[in-house]
Design a protein around this ligand. Sequence first.
Ligand code: GRF
Length: 195
Amino acid sequence: MLRLVVLISGAGSNLRSLLETSQDAEFPARVVAVGADRVAEGFDHAEQFGIPTFSVALSSFADRDAWGDEILAQIESWQPDLVILSGFMKLLPPRVVATLSPNLINTHPAYLPEFPGAHGVRDAIEAGVTETGATVIVVDNGVDSGPIIVQERISIVHGDTEATLHERIKPVERRLLIQAVLDIANATIDLKELS
Ligand code: GRF
């Protein structure tokens, strides 16, 4: 049974999808804790499923490395096999990435390496392209630049706003994330080989 720690910053709809899927006894992974850089709205999902949460605010620390060390300590206290960033809107310091990766993956609402960064959905619309996508990657020290685990194309339709497009991307992200966790748990994907 793969032990998962999920880091979020916002609504946590991808987290909820993992929590719901974990209810299936056949699913070979369980969320053991949910962390965030704030008291995130998505903690409500964790609480509904009885999953412990922790928040580590950057503003409470002298610098990013000290903040990262505390997040790492919180994560490691749950002895995860895999850490998932899903809507976590901060870059983890190099020490954290070096310790956790490649067992550290991230979902991104674009077809990487297209449109990396915090505004991938908006950037795709502003670029005037007719398709974007969703991607699950291994986190490295870049911005959404790690090895790609799985990705899928999604069309941009005329009149799409950032909100309508993102709401169409998220279900695909959730499906890809669940599949990635399944493949990692079943050793169909070897993260060390990918990296
Ligand atoms: C997701 O699209 C994720 O890829 C991006 O932010 C969104 C988070 O959505 N980084 P939610 O918090 O899971 O609803």
